[in-house]
Structures are given as C-alpha cells and as structure tokens.
Design a protein around this ligand. Structure first.
Ligand code: CMC
Length: 478
C-alpha cells in the first residue's frame, strides 16, 4: 500500500512541469536502452570504397544511397542519433535552434554562436513579403501542406546560385546522368537476383562536385528556410482561422514564436519546452522519403527552395508525415478505449494498415514515440476529452503491440502520439503535418548541403519487364 507521502510524490511527478518533462525523457531513455540491450552494437561508422553491395527490396529497402555524418537510425536498438548525440539527450537538454545548428554545422554552437543563430532565426521569421504573396492565393481553403509548399517556394525571392550567369560551371556536373550499369547487366536467376556493375565499368566519370555552390549562400538559404517555413506554416494556420498573420515576438525563442504565431497566444514556458522537444525529435531521420526527395531535387543542382518544396510534398502523404492527422481521425473513429479491441480485429481482418504504427527501419519501439507517449499522458490529465483520446490510444497500442509487435515487430511510430500533444497545445488537427515539416526542414537542409559537397545526380534504374518489338498501329486502325 502506498502511504500518503508516496502518493503526494507520485502526484507531483505527474504534474506537467519543465523539470518533470526532462525527467520523463531521461526515464524513457533508461527504459529504451534496457529493453534493447541484447541487440548487437553497430559496427560500421567509417567511410567505404564505392561501389557498395547491398540487398535491395521494393521501395529501395536496403539500398545505400550515400554516406552521411548527419544522423543515424538503428532500427533494432531503437536508436536515433544526430551528429553523435542521442535523441533522448537532445530532447532533455537542447533547443530546436541548437539542434538545427548541430545538424547544419556538425557541432554544437558556442554560447555566442547560439545567441547569434537564435537572433538570426528570429529575424528571419519576419517574412512580410512572402506573407503578402501568400495572401493572394486561396490558402485558407487549400490543403495546408500544399499551401506550405507554395509558401516555401514563394520565399525564394532573392537570387540563389541558379540565377547567376557566372562563376557556376554546371555543364560538366549536369552531364553525370550517364548510365554506369549497362542494360546488358545479367541477373543471376529470378529469385533474389544479383545485379552487378560489370567489371571495370564503375567509375566516377565526372567528379560532379558542387563545392562552388556550397558556400555562405547555401547556408544563408538554409537559415531563411528553417525560420521561414515556420512563419509560412503559422500564416496558413492563422489564415485558415480567419485571422491576420502575426510577427515573431522579440522575447521568444523559435519554438515559442512558432507556437505564438500559430495560436495567437503567448505560450507558457512549459508549452514552449514541449514544442521545442517536438521540433527536436522530428528534425532528422535518415534517408526517409521526404529527405530523399529533397536530395534528389538538389542533386540536379536545381535550387534549395525547390528541393525543400519537394520534401514538403513527399512528407504530406499519409504513409509519411501525413500519418499524424490520420491517427487522430482514427482515434476519433474508435471513440472509446473499450472499442479498441474490436476495431483492431476488424481493421486487421480487412487487411488495413493502422496509422501511427510500423516503420521501414524501426523493428523496436520508436524512441520518438517513447518520448511523445508519456508527454501526451501528462498533458491530457486535466482535459476530459483529450484524456479519453489518450486512453483510446493506449488501449489501441496494447492491442497492436500484443499481436503485431511479436509477429511483425510493429510498434507505435513518431506519428502515433504527436497529434495528441499538438492538440493539447491548441494546434488544429489539419495543421499537424505542417508542424512535422517546420522541424524536418532542418534535416532536409543539412542533408542537401552535405550531399552537394560531393554531389552526384541521383539516377537509379528500373527493371524493364515490358515487351519489345510492338508494331505501331495508327489510332484509326486500332
Ligand atoms: N498496420 C498493420 N500492419 C502493418 C503496418 C501497420 N501500420 N505497418 C506495416 N504492417 C505490416 C504490413 O502489412 C506487412 O505485413 P506482411 O509482411 O504480412 O505483408 C509488414 O508489416 C511490413 O510492412 P510494409 O508495408 O512492407 O512496411 P514498409 O516498410 O513498406 O512501410 C510504413 C512502412 C511506415 C509505410 C508502414 O508501416 C505504414 O504504412 N504505417 C502506417 C502509416 C504510418 O504510420 N506512417 C508514419 C511512418 S513514421 C513517420 C515518418 O517517417 O513519416
């Protein structure tokens, strides 16, 4: 039996305070490490000689597209690491500004660099010209992610390297679209075929370095994008609510300003901290679809604003960032924790996917869900409606994990609890995926800049399974 003091202590740790949130993250870290202790440690962290051999599945599963020092996801240990720093530690101690600096520059900033970067982002959140342009479109009725892509592309008002006539020799770089795997490549058998570079044919015909393009201009564009996408997202939220866009407040950090510019309310220290954590934990995640989309566009030496626009487009789908909106719709449909079991059985019998579960890489519990789950528990404690939504989520998680966790290693992913957290902070449901984008833009920028340092246009191949020798018959004779 718990005595009165224990109960009071327990009650105190359940109060949503900045300190309790930090403890909760550090507890989640301990639990995560204990649960995956028996999984093998990763071995390879050095560079390799190319070409590399990997087993590729549909959807490029298993394909290695490049080397990177930015971030690391270990699916069996449930690790997420940015530039060597564990996601749990960054969420416990860092801010979004500091984490963005880390991703972009490869190291934590000094105090003065951090102050300068924070100020610079705040100044760049002021985008009246882009807002004016945005308001000439019907953004209040557009899908918020389409509006975000539009607004992001509208931010590109200043010259970027693509607008310059001189000092950029793109001719040789653009010529890298050569096929280095000849069509005659022979698969050795139909089942698990092996496609190899024919001996001696793999070579870097063109070095394709974009060094000349990766200078201060690119970094300036990244700063503009990280700050500006948040303001564009907030502008969309305000416009949808029939209100005028707001300017950033001088006393708030990035997360606080973003929240303020979306909701119109000055956030509490706790709300600012939770938004910071949400932004930190969504900032980068390996070669996910939207990051890859940004990198593919950038690899053509297109333009970083267009590359980030591509990332936003890819993120919007329900299999990717769009899942956070679908999760909350799904929880509303289930309605009550007592319905979770039947709903789960009906859904799996109909062979439908359950939103917010499963991951291409994680075969252990997603560390981001380990953080957002307990935070949503804390935030929903005093709101009857949200408390029920959270309880429904917990009931569904128990059903899914007990059945699919064991057989298919399916656990909640980052999108399962994030919507509940955003909802508790007054962010409307239709904007959830834009919050994801506001954060991920830091990872997209970092990876694009890193890739451009040793750029080669992305150009995979498709296995042609069509016919040959078809005879053309004019339309009127078909
Ligand atoms: N519910 C039920 N079964 C699932 C789920 C799910 N959410 N996810 C995967 N499976 C099953 C799937 O049916 C398949 O079973 P089987 O081997 O019997 O055919 C097996 O697990 C492997 O699934 P997959 O579809 O081949 O996995 P994938 O790597 O192609 O897809 C995914 C990954 C995230 C798209 C998928 O798990 C999914 O659709 N999840 C729901 C949408 C979602 O929550 N997306 C957010 C992803 S995390 C945040 C982000 O990066 O965007």
């Amino acid at each position: 039996m718990k005595n009165k003091t224990d109960k009071a202590e327990e009650q105190k740790t359940r109060e949503p305070t900045v300190e309790n949130i930090r403890d909760l993250i550090l507890d989640a870290k301990k639990k995560a490490y204990a649960e995956t202790d028996s999984e093998p440690e990763p071995e390879l962290t050095s560079t390799v000689e190319w070409p590399v051999t990997c087993t590729v599945g549909p959807g490029l599963e298993g394909a290695i597209a490049c080397e990177s020092k930015i971030g690391y996801v270990n699916g069996s240990k449930g690790w997420l690491i940015y530039r060597g720093y564990d996601i749990f530690d960054l969420c416990a101690y860092s801010t979004f500004e500091e984490t963005s600096y880390l991703l972009l520059h490869g190291r934590l900033p000094s105090q003065s660099e951090l102050t300068e970067f924070t100020t610079s982002l705040r100044e760049r959140m002021f985008i009246p010209q882009t807002q004016r342009l945005m308001l000439s479109f019907p953004i209040e009725t557009m899908n918020p992610m389409s509006a975000l892509r539009l607004g992001t592309n509208l931010m590109r008002q200043k010259q970027t390297y693509r607008d310059r006539d001189s000092d950029t020799e793109v001719g040789e770089i653009l010529a890298t679209d050569d096929d280095t795997i000849p069509m005659e490549t022979r698969p050795a058998g139909k089942k698990n075929p092996v496609f190899e570079f024919l001996t001696g044919l793999f070579k870097r015909v063109h070095p394709a370095s974009a060094d000349a393009l990766v200078g201060s201009d690119e970094i300036e564009s990244c700063y503009n994008l990280i700050a500006g996408v948040a303001s564009v997202a907030a502008t969309i939220g305000r416009t949808r609510a029939g209100r005028i866009p707001l300017e950033p407040l001088p006393e708030c950090g990035f997360a606080g300003n973003y929240l303020y510019m979306v909701t119109g309310k000055r956030p509490t220290a706790l709300e600012e901290r939770i938004m910071d954590i949400s932004l930190i934990l969504h900032a980068d995640h390996g070669m996910n679809a939207s990051t890859f989309a940004s990198m593919v566009v950038a690899s053509t030496l297109s333009d970083i604003y267009l590359a980030i626009g591509a990332g936003i487009s890819a993120l919007s789908g329900p299999l990717h960032g769009g899942a956070n909106v679908e999760v909350v719709k799904m929880l509303a449909e289930i309605g009550d924790p007592s319905n979770a079991g039947n709903w789960f059985r009906d859904t799996t019998a109909a062979k439908k996917k359950i939103m917010g579960f499963g991951h291409r890489v994680y075969k252990a519990y997603d560390p981001r869900a380990r953080i957002l789950g307990p935070i949503s528990a804390l935030l929903t404690e005093n709101d009857a409606t949200l408390k029920k939504t959270y309880a429904t989520a917990v009931a569904l998680e128990a059903e899914v994990v007990s059945e699919l966790g064991a057989t298919k290693k399916i656990f909640p992913n980052v999108d399962f609890y994030s919507g509940i957290v955003y909802s508790a902070m007054g962010i409307p449901r239709e904007l959830y995926t834009t919050v994801f984008a506001v954060s991920r833009v830091a990872g997209w920028c970092a990876r694009v800049v890193e890739y451009l340092e040793n750029n080669r246009i992305f150009r995979p191949r498709a296995l042609y399974t069509g016919t040959f020798d078809e005879k053309y018959i004019p339309p009127n004779e078909r």
